[in-house]
Design a protein around this ligand. Structure first.
Ligand code: FAD
Length: 483
């Protein structure tokens, strides 16, 4: 397995390894080179391969397959460092690392892993094909129409139309499809490693992210059955494993958003008219947003581990994904505003940041759907509560559930608890509403409040607490407006 990896990269300590990655990026993107690389066009494969050869994806690869020692911090750092060079750069790192490499090594067999890694490390890599043009991406597990059917024991027929795959036209796609048996599409979802030769595509003309190729991909072909990557031998677990792919990638996504926040701050300082008081105020908004981003970044570094299951972290993953993307998008919009007309010039380092970033609030689960899910996960018993025989009384108030939920209790901190208790408005709101009165619309607003509360409990700075409390107040107003 080590044939594609330079052994020296494995011997380096974390500091040496990360500074080597930075050097690789600087060689391509700094010293005037950034002007020569037009990220409004597709990034040169040769340049990208050179960065990968310097170890960019090694933190995502477990040691037993020739990667670095398990270290969540390194995963987050490579995503963050890549974000310092622009949105498409970190997205491409995230797609290949978290959406392709990690699922491949987690669910693939030896032969599939070897084949996939060869294409990832020595070729153009791959993409993950989930979303379809004719079904809802939000309800994909239920509505998915793509299927595979056994023709004989060695061959399957795959019929799939997938769209918006990052890294389309590269060496392969991991395509999600359901097994068709006796003319019926079953609930068994698998990933199929589909090499480029079986895929036809129509290029998608995207509004931004030009450096990441997108397409509508079509597969209607007989391919070897050994390319099926089973998510579970047990069909009841397929769906859960399918979801686990997204739990991990949502938890890790904050590496990308944190890097992009740094990219925004680094660039806006050079261009904003700091002598104007209100501009200073807006710069402070960005700074506070960055502080919030840091809390989320640290959460993943300190609570997630590449070798440990994340199945119990769905609520936390949804909190991080929604808030990291909501706040980074907000910072991107402020930054573009502060540039005035310059923010509309093609080629300006941050003229495209908001448009490139916007889909982060949509992919990996649209934020509003995830806010609603945060509420669902909060109001249901967790796996460990179920094991202990605990049931959630739907007549209890949100406040009572908040007090009993260990995922929030974990951050118990007297300082913060005092602040929350002093905030009559928030406590009153939590005490005034019972779980059984929350309908589909209200779920989104309560999900937002819970998400911010989760971060509030981990905040140490007065400014961040004030900032989050202001947003919680706004969510309460939205909730009440919809009553
Ligand atoms: C730039 C970009 C990159 C992408 N990369 C990939 C990729 O690499 N691979 C891949 O397979 N797909 C990818 N996608 C597709 C993406 O994952 C889907 O667009 C996403 O899952 C949403 O699905 P949809 O577009 O079908 O929206 P829909 O499911 O139709 O939802 C539309 C909108 O309805 C609202 N909504 C839906 N459900 C709810 C709910 N329950 N509660 C509240 N509101 C709701 C939300 O506002 C949502 O945005 C990408 C998309 C973009 C734009």
């Amino acid at each position: 397995m080590n044939k594609f990896i330079n052994e020296n990269l494995l011997k380096m300590n974390t500091e040496e390894f990360l500074s080597n990655i930075k050097k690789a990026f600087n060689e391509v993107f700094s010293n005037g080179n950034i002007e020569k690389i037009n990220l409004m066009k597709y990034l040169s494969e040769e340049k990208w391969k050179n960065i990968k050869k310097c170890g960019l994806l090694l933190p995502f690869l477990p040691e037993k397959f020739g990667g670095r020692k398990n270290n969540q911090f390194e995963i987050q750092e490579v995503l963050r460092i890549a974000g310092n060079y622009g949105v498409p750069i970190t997205l491409r790192t995230g797609i290949e690392g978290a959406l392709v490499l990690q699922p491949l090594v987690e669910y693939g067999n030896q032969e599939q892993i070897e084949k996939g890694l060869e294409m990832i490390f020595n070729g153009e890599g791959g993409g993950l094909g989930i979303t379809e043009p004719n079904t809802s991406g939000s309800a994909i597990a239920k509505e998915m129409q793509s299927y595979y059917e056994y023709i004989d024991e060695n061959t399957i027929h795959v019929k799939a139309d997938k769209y918006w795959q990052g890294n389309s036209q590269s060496d392969f796609l991991l395509v999600a499809a359901k097994e068709k048996k006796n003319e019926k599409i079953s609930k068994i979802i698998s990933l199929i490693l589909v090499p480029r030769e079986y895929i036809t595509y129509d290029v998608l003309n995207s509004e931004g992210l030009k450096a990441v190729r997108y397409a509508v991909n079509h597969i209607d072909a007989d391919i070897p059955a050994k390319n099926i990557i089973k998510l579970s031998e047990n069909k009841a677990n397929c769906l859960r494993e399918f979801q686990n792919i997204f739990i991990r990638s949502r938890l890790q996504l904050v590496g990308m958003t944190h890097g992009i926040m740094e990219f925004i701050i680094k660039n806006i300082i050079n261009f904003a008219r700091k002598e104007i008081d209100f501009v200073q105020n807006e710069l402070n908004e960005i700074k506070n947003t960055y502080e919030i981003s840091k809390i989320m970044y640290n959460y993943t570094c300190n609570n997630i581990s590449p070798e440990k299951s994340v199945a119990d972290k769905l609520m936390e993953a949804n909190i991080l994904k929604t808030l990291a993307t909501e706040y980074t998008y907000k910072a991107a919009q402020i930054a573009q505003k502060l540039l005035g007309a310059k923010g509309f010039e093609t080629g300006h380092p941050i003229s495209n940041v908001a448009i490139d970033f916007r889909p982060f609030t949509i992919f990996e689960g649209p934020n509003d759907m995830l806010y609603a899910e945060i509420y669902d996960q909060f109001s249901r018993a967790t796996t460990s509560e179920k094991k202990d025989g605990i049931r959630i009384n739907k007549n209890s108030t949100i406040y009572e559930r908040f007090l009993s939920d260990k995922r929030f209790k974990k951050f118990e901190n007297t300082f913060i608890n005092n602040i929350i208790n002093e905030s009559n408005e928030l406590i009153k709101f939590l005490k005034n509403h019972t779980l059984n009165e929350i309908d589909q619309v209200k779920k989104v607003f309560v999900g937002k409040i819970l998400a911010r509360l989760f971060l509030l409990l981990q905040s140490e700075s007065d400014n961040v607490i004030k900032f989050l409390m202001r947003d919680i107040r706004k969510d309460i107003i939205d909730f009440e407006y919809n009553e």
